[in-house]
Design a protein around this ligand. Structure first.
Ligand SMILES: Cc1cc2nc3c(=O)[nH]c(=O)nc-3n(C[C@H](O)[C@H](O)[C@H](O)COP(=O)(O)OP(=O)(O)OC[C@H]3O[C@@H](n4cnc5c(N)ncnc54)[C@H](O)[C@@H]3O)c2cc1C
Length: 268
């Protein structure tokens, strides 16, 4: 057997993700000049439930330059369209699911140049899309003495859910990096939360201000850390927490949500 054939047989087969559910845009609301809330709806959302906060869904969009949505099939570990091209899929946080109204809300960052970002900017009622999921959320420890939540703008929907879900009496520190001061948005009200918005200096690599803020923050013994944002900066935060702070891995959940200079996020 040739090396190429050997490689092909040893490629890990990924489990097929949940089926895509067809939806249409019902409402579009600007939350800030940098974020828009898209409400998707349709009978196919029947039975969709999301348990833990900070879960994920895959959003299937029409291929760039088209308005027609083609349903892909799962082949060789990826979703392929009938013409063999890769389907246009991005990952978002299911901010709110309304099982009565059969609605799902996504809060999308308008970062400038991306298929999903462009789609969200132009979206209007009736536009077709599809979603698959949910993917795993954050199963937090109810007995933790404190939490640190750190993220960039893409993590704001998940951080908002966490602020709503964490026990009332537990102190929570929140660090959020924004690439533009306009991106500051209201967060859910919470008694014991200290929120700090960190501005990314012009020209600095994404995540730089967040890494500095995490390094500079005091952490109480036993704190649990949840962080999400640009993948390279999350790697720096991971290293800092493990190597400098010596936090146990089981006390941290650090997730790359997108990769600088790469389409489709870290898993694409
Ligand atoms: C579990 C999970 C949950 C997520 N939840 C959300 C969410 O609720 N809301 C949300 O907006 N995003 C969320 N994201 C991030 C989102 O999937 C990515 O930002 C995605 O790349 C956006 O797709 P796009 O088509 O707009 O850009 P792409 O076509 O993927 O990328 C085009 C270019 O834009 C850059 N880029 C991508 N995202 C950003 C950004 N945020 N800021 C600056 N440059 C960027 C890329 O590096 C690339 O150079 C989540 C990701 C994961 C993995």
């Amino acid at each position: 057997m040739s090396r190429a054939e050997e490689d092909a047989t040893t490629v890990r087969t990924r489990r097929e993700p949940p089926r895509f559910r067809g939806v249409a845009v019902r409402r579009v609301e600007p939350l800030t000049p940098r974020m828009v809330r898209i409400t998707l709806a349709g009978p196919d959302l029947e039975g969709l439930t999301v348990g833990d906060p900070a879960a994920s869904v895959r959003l299937l969009l029409p291929s760039p330059g088209t308005r027609e949505l083609a349903m892909p099939t799962w082949e060789r570990n990826e979703f392929l369209l009938p013409d063999g091209r890769r389907a246009t899929i991005r990952t978002f946080t299911p901010r709110r699911v309304d099982p009565e109204a059969l609605e799902l809300e996504l809060d999308v960052v308008l970062h400038g140049a991306g298929v999903a970002c462009g789609w969200a900017e132009a979206a209007g009622p009736g536009d077709s899309a599809a979603i698959s999921g949910p993917g795993r959320g954050y199963a937090f420890d109810l007995d933790a003495p404190a939490f640190l939540l750190a993220g960039d703008e893409t993590a704001v929907p998940a951080i908002s859910q966490l602020l709503e879900a964490l026990p009332d009496e537990t102190p929570v520190q929140v660090l959020i990096e924004v690439a533009d001061p306009d991106a500051r948005s209201p967060l859910p009200d919470r008694r014991r939360a200290a929120v700090e918005w960190c501005d990314l200096p012009p020209g600095a690599p994404p995540g730089d201000a967040l890494v500095t803020a995490v390094r500079d923050t005091d952490l109480v013994n036993g704190v649990r850390v949840w962080a999400a944002g640009e993948a390279a900066s999350m790697q720096r935060i991971r290293r800092h927490l493990f190597d400098d702070r010596e936090l146990p891995r089981s006390h941290t959940a650090v997730r790359g949500y997108w990769k600088h200079g790469r389409q489709g996020g870290p898993d694409a």
